[in-house]
Design a protein around this ligand. Structure first.
Ligand code: PLP
Length: 299
């Protein structure tokens, strides 16, 4: 019997075990990082904010002149079945659209047949649960908005990956890149938030509009916190009361150390989170039981 226990992919119109999902090396998704993707998670048998992820995926495809033959309803059902086949309660679910291959002998992207791929694997964490991150602030510039709008979710990750190597060299776990003015943008797979004197800030531009970022902004506003989307200098991160990262792959994740110096939070919990971060974390996971934000997987 086919073993789907490590995950399931949908590729070339078929469901296959994740280890058997392969694309051609001639697909421009591989050769040129010419692709878009989105990642939604399933927690305790429910998709979290599935419609927001589908909205973003379709918007990214449109911005990149990509299109696929699957409708939104068909995609929803494919994602459901990827999770179902592997019987995953907590899953990391990815949708991908690659440019595909051009007609033989052509370099014209308009001749490519775009490919839709999806997969579900067991949940992946940016950082282990109940731990905090040691962030390195690199001077490396994130690909600028003028080159490629980071609101389009993309695989142009070499700046982020090289930044990770810099961080490891400094004894840190992960990295934040800056924009052309030296302000903080984002890290490999996460947005960054800073809290100072109870005011919450996050970068307004030059970043992916993370769904977890959006959720955090909504939760913070609902709690009556002051929230500002603005430029964030490296100094304001180093002098913050609390710092955290947000991602579908882990939610709200405390950053307790910046450039190997501990952040000055008055009341740090066991997981390295300051008091407001803890409240937001709790609220974030509570939303995973709220039917307004969740879609049950049909197993
Ligand atoms: N920034 C980048 C570059 C990302 O790749 C991601 C997620 O993969 C995020 C931010 C966080 O976005 P989300 O909260 O939608 O997972």
């Amino acid at each position: 019997m086919t073993d789907f226990s490590n995950g399931t992919a949908f590729i070339e119109d078929k469901f296959v075990p994740i280890s058997e999902a392969k694309i051609s090396i001639l697909d421009w998704g591989f050769l040129h990082s010419d692709a878009t993707y989105d990642v939604v998670h399933v927690w305790k048998g429910k998709f979290f904010r599935l419609e927001d992820h589908l909205d973003r995926f379709f918007a990214s495809m449109e911005s990149l002149e990509l299109s696929v033959t699957y409708s939104r309803d068909e995609m929803r059902s494919i994602l459901n079945d990827c999770v179902k086949k592997s019987d995953l309660q907590n899953a990391y679910v990815e949708l991908i659209c690659t440019r595909g291959q051009p007609e033989k002998g052509s370099r014209d992207p308009r001749t490519c047949t775009n490919q839709f791929i999806a997969f579900a694997i067991p949940f992946v964490w940016v950082t282990k649960p109940n731990t905090s991150l040691n962030l390195f602030i690199s001077q490396r510039q994130r690909i600028p908005t003028e080159s490629l709008d980071p609101a389009i979710k993309n695989y142009h990750w070499l700046d982020l990956v090289m930044g990770q190597f810099e961080a490891y060299g400094k004894g840190c776990e992960t990295v934040a890149l800056v924009d052309k003015n030296g302000n903080i943008t984002e890290g490999p797979g996460f947005n960054i938030f800073v809290i100072k004197d109870k005011v919450i800030t996050t970068a307004a531009t030059g970043v992916l509009r993370g769904i977890t970022r959006k959720t955090t902004l909504e939760l913070a506003k609902a709690k009556g916190y002051e929230v500002i989307e603005t430029d964030i200098s490296p100094e304001s991160v180093r002098n913050a009361d609390e710092v955290f990262a947000t991602s579908t792959a882990g939610g709200i994740m405390p950053i307790s150390t910046v450039d190997n110096v501990t952040i000055a939070s008055a009341d740090v919990g066991e997981n390295g989170a300051g008091p407001m971060t803890q409240l937001l974390q709790t609220a974030y996971w509570s939303l995973h039981d709220d039917p307004r934000y969740t879609t049950k997987v049909e197993y």
